[in-house]
Ligand binder design. Structure first.
Ligand code: BTN
Length: 255
């Protein structure tokens, strides 16, 4: 389906809506591997994902027709692979901008890219890069946002939706259009500037930054204070034994 209603320059101009798919990220990845020509900024949106994928090999569960599950194809050939976290910051900030608009500033980013309202997760981001040489040739930006879902499986703790938080139903395609414009603005900022300003903003929006909190690492619950993020996206944690650096799967937040 071609789309002419989104207001941005390129993200979402080509919108493909699928009733059912395994995963919108996998769909885009397969299309690219078959050299299917796709415009930069193509968006694949699904009403239902049969095998939605989340971070760290987890699945992403979303009630059919109630939420946004979509992937954006970007060709950030200005970005070397060692700057992939800069793209993560731009997309996380864009989702945070969008959520702040709806929640009067109540949104926050949980490192590395969870979308939170208060202390509950409302959305997640899965970025998969296809690299040529040391350049990111394609980035598949997969986003799941809980919108109109009211009930969640009992095993899913600390999750929410716009409907749960704001007691309203939302038009999914309208929200998608807004998100695409906001992502485009942050992406163009990343392209035009060095990432320092994005990094400062990302840090200012980071959940538990500069607060003592509990984390699990090295099989123990220990307290620490988030002090920053390295250029490659490692979490810098102040502990009683000094500064420690963690990759994504090496540390868990204890709520
Ligand atoms: C997370 O674990 O927080 C990331 C979740 C990302 C889910 C989205 S839904 C659309 C896209 N397709 C997928 O299979 N995953 C991402």
């Amino acid at each position: 389906m071609q789309n002419n209603t989104f207001s941005g320059l390129f993200i979402g101009r080509n919108l493909i809506t699928l009733k059912e798919v395994d995963s919108t990220n996998t769909f885009l990845k397969n299309a690219l591997s078959k050299s299917t020509p796709l415009f930069d900024g193509t968006v694949i949106m699904a009403e239902s994902q049969l095998a939605g994928r989340g971070q760290s090999g987890n699945s992403w569960l979303s009630e059919a027709g109630k939420n946004l599950t979509f992937s954006i194809l970007l060709n950030p050939n200005f970005l070397a692979i060692d700057r992939q976290f800069d793209l993560n910051m731009a997309i996380s900030l864009a989702m945070n901008d969008f959520l702040n608009k709806y929640t009067a500033g109540g949104a926050i980013i949980k490192w590395p890219n969870d979308c939170y309202i208060g202390n509950k997760k409302i959305g997640g981001i899965l970025i998969e890069n296809i690299v040529h040489g040391n350049i990111i040739k394609h980035a598949i930006i997969g986003i799941g946002l809980n919108v109109n879902q009211e009930d969640f499986p009992a095993g899913l703790k600390n999750v929410t939706s716009l409907k749960q938080a704001l007691h309203q139903d939302y038009n999914l395609v309208h929200l998608l259009g807004e998100i695409c414009s906001i992502i485009e603005a942050r992406y163009l900022q990343l392209k035009a500037e060095n990432a320092d300003k994005l990094r400062d903003e990302y840090l200012s929006q980071l959940y538990l930054k500069d607060e003592w909190a509990l984390f699990r690492f090295e099989n123990q619950i220990q307290s620490g204070k988030i002090r920053g993020i390295t250029a490659i996206g490692q979490l810098i944690l102040e502990t009683t034994e000094g500064l420690r650096y963690f990759n994504n799967k090496e540390i868990e937040f204890i709520n």
